[in-house]
Design a protein around this ligand. Sequence first.
Ligand code: HEC
Length: 117
Amino acid sequence: MKHSPLWFAGILVGALASSIAFSAHAESIEEGEKLFNTTCVACHGQNGKGKLPGVPDFTKRDGRLAKTDDVLASHIMNGFKSPGSSMAMPAKGGMSSLNQEQAEAIVNYMRQAFAGN
Ligand code: HEC
């Protein structure tokens, strides 16, 4: 059976769409890295292991990065305190201009840098 031209066009469009999606993702990781290393690094450390007592280690298996993207981005935007925790995560990491898209970019970066995936 011969493949129709339409079938072939479908493959091309699909390949194009996925490469665009991929480059957008890469950009957001880069932006997330910059933001992390200017603001979040003060408490979380460049290696994500936490620089102060009470700051969680992001590299720990089944640690904080086991939560979903939505939950992590929302805790970055709104701040977060675990029950009995000695120190809270400040809303937006103290950077008042941080927006939702940037919080998601930082989550993408943290997953790549600290969770190895
Ligand atoms: C002043 C120190 C400090 C700064 C700055 C800071 N954090 Fe945190 N962060 C914490 C502490 C402490 C916790 C743990 C809070 C708890 O569980 O009670 C935390 C927790 C988190 C968590 C885990 C939340 C969860 O659901 O378990 C994420 C994700 C996070 N921080 C991301 C960031 C990002 C991104 C930035 C920069 C925009 C940032 N933090 C800046 C101190 C900080």
